[in-house]
Design a protein. Structure first.
Length: 363
């Protein structure tokens, strides 16, 4: 008989479960194995997701998910009656599903009151010691969090299931992201227009919505220059964000026509399709890095204040480029002294990134 908690539950006897992850794109993608494991251990179970609207494409073609429900952050800007109407429709849709289990994977307070309002027999969430009693009393099961940055986020998410007595198999823990046929076709057309073949280019996504996670443009240019002189074709991408696009513009001014630039032109599904066709991905700790890992593209990841033990590319060939001279990392701060510039990242030499690229391409 396998070991497990005394209050383990039999998920195979449940009809519906709701997994809640109200965080950013990368966080949502890193929950994808949770759905796989639940469905594998209870094939008749319908597993739904509740996420922010802008992150739904991380999960909406996942083969183990029945429905994706969304919360639009824009609701906050609506008049009170309009916002209440949208919240009521969401709540009614969730109530109609009659969930037996709620799996809440973040500190967001909505998970606690949904666990109560939806009437699920079982509900599991992280055990945040600083949370009030209403948090602890909203869930039938709580699971401990590891010390800061000492365990990968995928495994922390799966700890929710372990707490229920569901033990993930080794082959169930991969990330799942399905681009879809439309994204595949559009990316093939973009690559063809640039004379690029699948596995014939390096995908470089140098930016992040968080300035303190960004490598300086001049170092990105130096890396592009070094790769171009070796005969490598480089494709640049960036989110349709003013700050990221400005960074790409700075790179383009110096790199010229040596790169193909798809910045601001791709949706999340297209970004995944592009990453799948690259022979290598280079980027900072961000959602595109996790997307590349999900597509099983070898990845060079530049890390600064965030910790690679928690956020490294998951189950894909990769190399971490991080400073060994800054004993303060990973600090998790938004730049040194809160100044939005992380010296442990900005001082990373181009040569270290090139060495990581060579190590992966040599295999």
């Amino acid at each position: 008989m396998p070991y497990g908690p005394a209050d383990a539950i039999d998920v195979s006897g449940l009809k519906r479960a709701l997994v809640i992850q109200l965080r950013h794109h990368g966080d949502v993608l890193l929950t994808s194995p949770v759905f796989t494991v639940l469905k594998n251990h209870a094939p008749s179970l319908e597993v739904d997701a509740l996420v922010y609207a802008e992150t739904r494409h991380m999960l909406d073609l996942h083969p183990s998910i029945a429905q994706v429900h969304v919360i639009d952050r824009g609701w906050k800007a609506l008049a009170a009656t309009a916002r209440l109407a949208r919240e009521w429709r969401l709540h009614a849709a969730l109530r109609e599903r009659r969930y037996d289990l709620v799996v809440h994977l973040s500190e967001h307070p909505r998970g606690a009151w949904l666990a109560r309002l939806l009437g699920a027999r079982y509900a599991v969430a992280p055990n945040f010691g600083r949370k009030p009693g209403i948090w602890r009393n909203s869930f039938s099961h709580l699971y401990p969090l590891p010390p800061h940055a000492r365990r990968h986020r995928v495994e922390i998410n799966l700890d929710a299931l372990r707490r229920l007595g569901v033990q993930p198999g080794e082959d169930e823990r991969k990330l799942v992201l399905v681009p879809g046929e439309e994204a595949e076709r559009s990316v093939d057309a973009l690559l063809s227009a640039q004379g690029l073949a699948a596995k014939g280019f390096i995908h470089f996504h140098p930016g992040s919505r968080w300035k303190f996670k960004c490598w300086p443009p001049e170092r990105a240019v130096a890396l592009v220059d070094a790769l171009s002189r070796r005969g490598e074709r480089v494709v640049l991408t960036a989110a349709p964000d003013e700050q990221e696009l400005e960074m790409i513009a700075d790179i383009r001014k110096l790199a010229g026509e040596r790169v193909a630039d798809f910045s601001g032109k791709l949706g999340l599904k297209q970004l995944a399709a592009l990453a799948a066709r690259a022979k290598l991905f280079i980027g900072v700790d961000s959602a595109p890095m996790h997307i590349a890992a999900a597509m099983q593209t070898p990845t060079v990841a530049l890390f600064g204040p965030s910790g690679e033990l928690e956020w490294a590319p998951w189950r894909v060939r990769h190399r971490i480029v991080a400073s060994a001279e800054h004993a303060c990392r990973p600090c998790g701060n938004d730049g040194c002294g809160g100044g939005k510039v992380s010296e442990c990242l900005t001082r990373l030499p181009v040569e270290a990134a090139l060495s990581a690229v060579d190590s992966l391409l040599a295999r």
